[in-house]
Write a protein of this length. Structure first.
Ligand code: CO
Length: 133
């Protein structure tokens, strides 16, 4: 595991939150992106080597819609950058963590991503991400 690549925050309205975070951070989001396969639209902010990812639901079936319903707005996941996502997944499995998708999938912001089940990580959804080069 390398640095915290980003923190994902679930929001109800991407435009409203985008505006608020621009004021909060004093910088504009550098990209917005829809990931239809995940049912999310995202906005990214960069500060140094860390980012904030705002996540809003694209539809009612979106995992973000379900999260908002259950827990309301707030921190959704913490993402760690990894150099080799496949070997990191093997290492974490051998340590007993529950991997939600063993095959890395294409996430937002040009990344391959794997998620760990929050029940094994003190209730925090963990994302591993590897830059696609
Ligand atoms: Co993320």
């Amino acid at each position: 595991m390398k640095n915290i690549e980003h923190i994902g925050i679930a929001v109800k309205d991407l435009e409203i939150s985008n505006t608020m975070f621009e004021k909060l951070l004093g910088t504009a989001s550098y990209k917005t992106e829809e990931v239809a396969s995940e049912g999310v639209k995202t906005a990214f902010f960069k500060m140094g080597e860390s980012k904030i990812e705002l996540l809003a639901a694209l539809n009612d079936d979106s995992p973000i819609a379900k999260f908002l319903e259950k827990r309301g707005e707030g921190i959704h996941h913490i993402a760690f950058a990894v150099g080799d996502i496949t070997s990191e997944v093997q290492r974490l499995k051998s340590e007993g963590f529950t991997v939600l998708n063993e095959k890395p999938k294409k996430g937002a912001d040009n990344k391959l991503v794997v998620f760990l089940h929050p029940k094994g990580t003190n209730g925090v959804l963990i994302e591993l991400c590897q830059e696609i080069v």
